[in-house]
Design a protein around this ligand. Sequence first.
Ligand SMILES: Cc1ncc(COP(=O)(O)O)c(C=O)c1O
Length: 379
Amino acid sequence: MKGFSTRAIHAGQEPDPTTGAVIVPIHASSTFAQDGVGGLRSGYEYSRSANPTRTALQECLAALEGGAHGFAFGSGMGASDVLLRVLVKPGDHIVIPHDAYGGTFRLVDKVLTQWGVTYSTVDLADIDALRAALRPQTRVIWCETPTNPLLGIADIAALAEVKGAARLVVDNTFASPYLQQPLALGADVVLHSTTKYVGGHSDVVGGALVLDDDGLAEQIRFTQNSVGSVPGPFDAWLTLRGAKTLAVRMERHSDNAEQVAQALAAHPAVSTVLYPGLPDHPGHAIAARQMRRFGGMVSFTVKAGKEAALKVCAGTELFTLAESLGGVESLIEHPGEMTHASVAGSALEVPDSLVRLSVGIEDAADLVEDLTHALDAVR
Ligand SMILES: Cc1ncc(COP(=O)(O)O)c(C=O)c1O
């Protein structure tokens, strides 16, 4: 198999056979001419079912995760929705992480439960707790690692060993396929919000699923086409363009986040730094084993509490106050009031002194100076 960056730049992306264009064209066509009824010229018929720009992205994503089948969606939640429609039926049970992404929790808690699906929240770092939560009706173990926003680490290979008949789904959004390859560790399906690191430039919303199982892939293809949860060709093209530079960006994100995490750990206004690259992080050893590096996401709690945390979020200049993550520019946010407001009052509620950073690829010294300045104001 070719190296990661070679696959990112070439998989699914042969020069265009008609014009020789080196870059996959944006096939902005909803429909495709047929040579006689049922005589498809190139296998394409209608862009909800398939579109050549989307196919290129899907082949690239499958190659990056080392899976047989890739599917691109209009958003990460669109990917989660289609996958769960396929995997669970009324009466089934799902295990989700006790600190799952808020949108995933909302989908399970507010939408799936209406259809008779039950769920348990489990700390997936605790394999005994997972074993205790499994039931004969458990169809899915939904894992995020690292988690959003607490940067918890789960041991994917250990989860695969205890999953029994349930499918292990790994949301690999925080790590990206460059840092972590869940299928090789025993996961059944990998999910991405490609809005984040794969796209990488905060200019497109998208999602992806990658898997090996042919039967499951056929069900996903059927369901995606049935519900219409597809990206347009321009969005697919932007995501594919982002994917080409994923490896170099992730190296730089990881370099910068390591420096930011160390600076935060040394600052008197900070009580805890959550970054799997720090040796005292409880998941450090597992992360070091299953990830290439530790990624660009860092969370921390502010000693003086919620008001001080909000002040820090409003006090940076380079870190823009905004939701989302994984772009080249650094972002800061308050999960309790922003990305994770939907889990308030639930078992997944996050500390109100928590601040989450998406560390970008600017110059690390400037990022550290910006944060230090904002933190000095609340010490
Ligand atoms: C870990 C994780 N999974 C899934 C999603 C949902 O993706 P999207 O916003 O592209 O629908 C997000 C979005 O923030 C996320 O952070």
